[in-house]
Design a protein around this ligand. Structure first.
Ligand code: SAH
Length: 347
């Protein structure tokens, strides 16, 4: 695989262009063109410069291989990377804008029992540009421009653990919000982690005020270890402490993801324990009924149980919502599309 030009920041692009003996304004043309989701070969720059760039850099690091449209308007994309790897992404349409869910790794090595992304382990990290190109490709495909964006929000909730690919993810976040580019502000971004405590603490110091989201899914360390191997490394109380640090640094309320799993974490005692754990903290709880994954022996609760769980939290003063599961007819749960695709077509 060649290098990825979209990995570079605007300043790095400028340095590259100058080192090739070109005028500075060429860097601006490159930056804008790439942010518009164009291939290098499509950029409005002279042929010799194009040819030089194409010797070293991938023309199109991320291309859409398949698109699935759900009855609720959610779109799911299967992307192909330059080395043939497949990743997936989702575009969810809400009243306030369109949110794209991006992947940060090919596969995942965190091993959560309920998640399809981790079934084959981690293949490799994505580069900053490969994460960005998922968004610029979809924005373009959906008719968006840099002024009138078709993608207004981003969530790092596709396959992969963002904090297991720390440097590339941080670089991506800076390029995503950079002036003159696609300009998605960190305030419109959520980063979801299974709770890598050292990286959470490090991230608090980066000066990137996004919505930090932690996949909790259990109320005690012992129960959490049953579904999330990372719970053997970090305790819930360490996670809560790291969240508090993030709030102190950024003033941003944080979110806990809690997937309701039948017979595992969804009883009234769990709701009460969760409320006690989070009481008085500047946080919000996103409940979701687990999307059953065929390869796993776990199921989501019914709607009524989920509503009761939600009520138990709100009655105890915890800010919480039950998320609609969007696009379940097109392979809603994490990694399902890629997993199915690999099985049916062998990649
Ligand atoms: N690795 C990160 C981000 C990717 S997963 C993390 O763990 O947070 C994004 C979210 O989807 C996480 O909250 C994850 O726990 C959740 N998730 C994974 N599989 C799911 C399933 N089958 N049903 C519902 N949510 C699921």
């Amino acid at each position: 695989m060649k290098n990825i030009l979209q990995d570079l920041s605007r300043e790095e692009l400028t340095a590259l262009v100058l080192s090739l003996g070109e005028k500075r304004y060429r860097a601006d043309q490159l930056f804008v063109g790439l942010m518009q989701g164009r291939r290098i070969s499509e950029l409005p720059i002279p042929y010799p410069l194009k040819a030089r760039l194409l010797e070293t850099y991938e023309d199109e690091p991320v291309s859409v291989r398949e698109e699935f449209v759900s009855a609720d308007g959610t779109k799911k994309f299967l992307f192909e990377l330059a080395d043939g790897s497949l990743i997936e992404g989702v575009l969810m349409k809400y009243k306030y804008g369109n949110t794209q869910c991006v992947s940060t790794q090919v596969g995942c090595r965190m091993g959560c029992k309920f998640c399809a992304s981790t079934l084959g382990g981690k293949i490799r990290d994505l580069t900053a540009g490969e994460i960005l190109c998922q968004i610029t490709a979809v924005n373009r495909r959906e008719g968006g421009t840099l002024k009138e964006r078709a993608v207004t929000n981003a969530v790092l909730m596709g396959s992969g653990e963002p904090f297991d690919n720390y440097q590339n993810v941080v670089k991506f976040l800076r390029n995503l919000s950079a002036e003159g580019g696609i300009g998605i502000s960190s305030r419109n971004v959520s980063l979801s982690t299974c709770g890598l405590v050292p990286e959470m603490k490090r991230f608090a110091k980066e000066g990137i005020p996004l919505t930090l989201t932690v996949s909790l899914h259990a109320v005690s360390d012992a129960e959490r270890r049953r579904t999330m191997p990372i719970a053997n490394r970090y305790s819930i109380s360490e996670i809560l402490e790291a969240c508090a640090e993030y709030f102190e640094e950024t003033g941003r309320r944080y979110i806990f993801e809690y997937a309701l799993i039948e017979g595992e974490n969804a009883d009234m005692v769990h709701a009460e324990a969760l409320a006690a754990l989070l009481k008085g903290r500047p946080c919000h709880v996103n409940l979701i009924r687990l999307n059953p994954v065929k390869e796993r022996d776990l199921d989501g609760t019914d709607e009524r149980t989920a509503q009761e769980f939600l009520r138990a939290l709100t009655e105890r003063g915890i800010s919480a919502t039950l998320r609609r599961s969007m696009g379940s007819d097109i392979g809603g749960a994490c990694g399902q599309l890629r997993a199915r695709y690999l099985k049916e077509y062998g990649g």
